[in-house]
Design a protein around this ligand. Structure first.
Ligand SMILES: Cc1cc2nc3c(=O)[nH]c(=O)nc-3n(C[C@H](O)[C@H](O)[C@H](O)COP(=O)(O)OP(=O)(O)OC[C@H]3O[C@@H](n4cnc5c(N)ncnc54)[C@H](O)[C@@H]3O)c2cc1C
Length: 430
């Protein structure tokens, strides 16, 4: 069988591009097959969407001193700036400072340290904090796990949450010019190293035997020795008869079962640009970075960019899933109602003040469907299974396959790519 490439990389997000570049650098002939009509995946910097500046519909922050991300940004000559602004909360009708993402942190410590085995966050709360007097504590933990981790408390791992809470509060950054610049750099590196690209080619089937794959898309089929799947976990979890599923022939039951154990977090991001930065007119919120609340769209943040009038809203986890099929006008109403309550400004005034808006509802992106993965009870073993090459021929990478402290991030995608390339080069079929 004549091969079109040594390796086919499915997906041109951060993981796929990073892996393709490194494989090509190692002398492999690489073909990248992407379902969308452009690269980037869950990195989506919008430049011409009617806003005064670029906006991030997907990834926005660098969550700490993350080695692969910062190294890549430095190499590409892309600047990044530390985040600033106060962490506030809106509670019982008042705006207050908040010191930790999870309140009552001290009370959580003992039961977390005593944990002998993993369990879902909700079971943990019901076991250790069942009382009426603990309602605020349960609410705060659920707000963190659902809002920040985009996870379902019924499935999310308490041990993973404990590890997240113990992480040091290292500085966070934003990428100047947007994360899209990183994607541009990766595409350029792939191009310069001879990678071939196919956009708008959704992979439907992968026929395989050891050392041979045939990757079928509606428009064409491609042959190679190895294939690397970097698609989101929600795509790997799909039932074989679902529209955007990728079918393996012969099937890979163990990989599919493993994929289903990993949590697929859901997020809606609300980008609202106003005519004035009204929050700056209020003493309590003039230095606001983030504000957390119990409103329908509970979390909002500002930009560090001078003169920015953008507020970004964040609705994640089961609450985002509930509103999945609401149309954009209903969602905008929810967003404005939330801001109206927090800032005590009438809805109608906020609507008049609105210059432009965009709602990124990732559940509706056909080849993405989720925002990022989260740890469930058993997801570490599931990731180990996905990280095992299948007959030196089929490999998996992408943020959901990453094991480590930066789960769910661009860093996770990049790190998984670097690791899988080593595996692919080591397991080269004869
Ligand atoms: C709203 C939102 C906010 C986020 N915020 C942050 C943040 O602040 N900081 C951070 O570090 N991370 C953030 N993330 C997570 C981060 O964006 C992801 O972890 C990372 O971009 C994932 O990269 P990836 O390459 O693993 O997957 P992806 O970027 O999803 O790439 C996978 C690619 O596979 C393609 N694909 C799917 N199916 C097929 C098919 N059948 N055939 C061919 N191609 C296919 C997809 O189109 C996609 O391009 C956020 C994500 C979202 C959605």
């Amino acid at each position: 069988m004549k091969h079109d490439a040594d390796a086919i990389v499915v997906g041109a997000g951060a993981a796929g591009l990073m892996a393709a570049w490194h494989l090509a650098q190692a002398g492999r002939k690489v073909l990248i097959v992407e379902a969308n009509d452009k690269p980037g995946g869950r990195i989506n910097t919008l430049h011409n969407a009617g806003f005064s500046h670029y906006v991030e519909a997907g990834a926005e922050f660098v969550h700490g001193e993350l080695p692969f991300t910062l190294q890549l940004l430095k190499e590409a000559g892309i600047e990044y700036t530390p985040m600033s602004g106060e962490l506030l909360q809106y509670k019982k009708g008042e705006i207050q400072e908040q010191h930790d993402l999870v309140e009552h942190n001290e009370r959580l410590k003992k039961p977390l340290n005593d944990l002998a085995y993993d369990m879902p966050v909700e079971d943990f709360l019901n076991k250790y904090f069942p009382g009426v007097e603990d309602a605020a504590m349960r609410q705060s933990v659920k707000r963190f796990i659902e809002g920040y981790e985009a996870a379902d408390a019924k499935r999310a791992s308490i041990i993973a949450m404990k590890e997240d809470l113990m992480e040091d509060d290292s500085e966070q950054f934003r990428v100047e010019g947007g994360y899209g610049k990183m994607i541009d750099y990766l595409v350029k590196q792939c191009d310069q190293n001879g990678c071939m690209f196919r956009y708008s080619y959704p992979v439907k089937h992968i026929h395989w035997s050891e050392g041979n794959v045939r990757v079928d898309t509606p428009a064409a089929s491609y042959h190679a020795q190895q294939v690397l799947l970097t698609v989101p976990i929600s795509i790997l979890q799909a039932e074989p008869n679902e529209e955007h599923a990728i079918r393996f022939l012969p099937s890979l039951e163990r990989k599919w079962e493993a994929a289903k154990v990993i949590g697929a977090g859901i997020v809606m991001k609300f980008l609202l640009e106003f005519k004035t930065a009204f929050w700056k007119e209020n003493a309590e919120t003039k230095d606001m970075g983030f504000i957390l609340s119990d409103e329908i769209v509970p979390t909002w943040w500002t930009q560090t960019l001078e003169g920015s009038m953008l507020l970004t809203g964040w609705l994640a986890g089961p609450n985002a899933a509930k509103l999945k099929d609401d149309d954009e006008d209903m969602l905008l109403d929810d967003a404005l109602n939330s801001l109206s309550n927090i800032f005590k400004i009438p809805h109608v005034t906020l609507r008049e003040q609105l210059r432009t808006w965009y709602i990124a509802n990732w559940q509706h992106q056909p080849f993405i469907k989720c925002a990022y993965s989260y740890a469930t009870v058993g997801s570490k073993e599931a990731k180990e299974e996905l990280n095992k090459p299948e007959s030196s021929t089929i490999f998996f990478a992408g943020e959901a396959t990453y094991i480590g402290q930066a789960a769910g991030t661009v860093e996770a995608a990049l790190a998984s790519a670097v690791n899988v390339v080593k595996e692919m080069l080591n397991h080269r079929p004869a």
